[in-house]
Design a protein around this ligand. Structure first.
Ligand code: SF4
Ligand code: SF4
Length: 334
C-alpha cells in the first residue's frame, strides 16, 4: 500500500494549505491531491502544489505528504532546465543578468522579482575550518547578507570558505529523484570532515532531512552570541521547511537573546507565495498567496520582517515589505 492509503479524508489539512486557502478548490487541496493519487488520475492539483508541507503538520493521521508527492510528481522540461541552471549560481547570475528587456515570459517574470541579481561572493582562507553555504538563491540575490554572515563568522575567529551551490530542494519537490540525490551526495563529500553553516533556512532543513551534518545559521548564532539589546521591532516569517524541522524555534531563541521586539503575525509559517521556483511557473496562484501573506504581515503593525530564507524574502520584498535576515540583524547590533 502506498503512503496515500493513510489518508482518511478528514480535511483537517485544508485550511493549512495555501493553494486551497486562495482557490477554495478541492483539486488544489492536499486531500484532493491525495485522492488524485489514490485514483491514479493526475490532476492539475499535482502541478499546483507549493510543496510547503504545511499539510503534514496539520494531519492527525501522519500522512507523509512530502514523500508521497516526491514519488508521483515529475518536472516539466522547463522546470527541469531551471533547476539545472540553479545548480550553478554563477551561471544563473549570468543568465538572469543578461535577460534585461527579454521577450521571454519566464525570464521577465524572474527579473520582476530579482531586478538586480548579484554575482556570487567567492571567498576562501588558507586551510579553512568552516564552510559557509549560502544556498543558490541567496548567492545571487542577497550578497550583502552573505557578507554579513561571513563577517560575523570571521569575527569569531573561524577561517572560512564560501561554497556556492544548490541543495536540491527544488529538484526533490519536483520528484527529480536522481538529480536531488546526486546533489546531496556531492555536498556530503564536499562537506565531509568540515563544520558547515547554511544561510538559507529551508535549504538547511532539506539537508538535515537528507542526513547531512550541517548547522543552520540560527543554530550557529545561538551557540555564539551573548545577550544584548538590538534596538529594532519586527515581525517574524517562519519559512515552511525550517518550521517542519524546528529551526524557526531556534531563530526565535536568537531574537530573544538579542532582545529584539517581535510583533507576531497570524500564522507565521503560512507560505510566502514564492514556493521555491513556484512563483515563476504558477503566477496566478503564487500572486494570490503572496497577497495573503502580505496581508498577515501588515496586520502585525510592521513591514519589517525577519525571513531566514531568501526565496521568501524575494516574495516579501516584491509585496513592498522589508525582509531582513538574522545575519543582517547581527551586523546591525554589532
Ligand atoms: S505541500 Fe503545501 S501546497 Fe502542497 S498540499 Fe500540502 S499544504 Fe498544500
Ligand atoms: S492528509 Fe491527513 S489531514 Fe488531510 S485529509 Fe488526509 S488524513 Fe485528513
Amino acid at each position: 500500500m502506498g503512503l496515500e492509503s493513510q489518508c482518511v479524508h478528514c480535511g483537517f489539512c485544508l485550511e493549512a494549505c495555501p493553494t486551497y486557502v486562495v482557490t477554495r478548490s478541492e483539486v488544489h487541496s492536499p486531500r484532493g491531491r491525495i485522492t488524485a493519487v489514490k485514483l491514479g488520475v493526475p490532476t492539475e492539483g499535482i502541478e499546483t502544489c507549493m510543496f510547503c508541507r504545511r499539510c503534514e503538520l496539520a494531519c492527525p493521521s501522519g500522512v507523509e505528504y512530502g514523500k508521497l508527492l516526491h514519488n508521483v510528481r515529475r518536472p516539466t522540461p522547463l522546470k527541469f532546465a531551471v533547476n539545472l541552471v540553479m545548480e550553478n549560481p554563477a551561471l544563473a547570475y549570468k543568465i538572469i543578468r543578461s535577460a534585461r528587456g527579454t521577450n521571454s515570459r519566464l525570464l521577465s517574470r524572474i527579473r520582476t522579482f530579482l531586478p538586480d541579481p548579484s554575482e556570487p561572493l567567492e571567498y576562501r582562507e588558507e586551510t579553512p575550518d568552516l564552510l559557509l553555504f549560502p544556498g543558490c538563491v541567496t548567492s545571487i540575490s542577497f550578497r550583502k547578507t552573505v557578507e554579513n554572515a561571513l563577517n560575523f563568522i570571521k569575527s569569531l575567529g573561524y577561517k572560512v570558505e564560501i561554497v556556492n551551490g544548490c541543495c536540491g530542494l527544488s529538484h526533490y519537490s519536483e520528484g527529480e529523484k536522481g538529480r536531488s540525490s546526486l546533489l546531496i551526495e556531492r555536498l556530503r563529500s564536499r562537506f565531509q570532515g568540515k563544520r558547515v553553516v547554511s544561510l538559507s533556512a529551508n535549504c538547511s532543513a532539506h539537508m538535515k532531512e537528507m542526513g547531512l551534518e550541517i548547522e543552520d545559521f540560527s543554530e550557529f548564532a545561538l551557540k555564539h552570541i551573548k545577550e544584548k539589546r538590538v534596538d529594532i521591532e519586527l515581525t517574524v516569517h517562519d519559512p515552511c521547511h525550517a518550521n517542519l524541522v524546528g529551526l524557526t524555534k531556534v531563530t526565535r531563541e536568537v531574537l530573544k537573546r538579542l532582545n529584539v521586539k517581535v510583533r507576531e503575525m497570524d500564522e507565521p509559517s503560512f507560505e510566502c507565495g514564492a514556493g521555491g521556483g513556484y512563483f515563476i511557473f504558477h503566477p496566478e496562484i503564487a500572486d494570490q498567496v503572496m497577497e495573503e501573506k502580505a496581508r498577515k504581515v501588515r496586520k502585525s503593525g510592521t513591514e519589517l520582517v525577519l525571513s531566514t530564507n531568501p526565496v521568501c524574502s524575494i516574495a516579501l520584498a516584491f509585496k513592498g515589505l522589508k525582509p531582513v535576515h538574522l545575519a543582517d540583524i547581527l551586523s546591525h547590533g554589532s
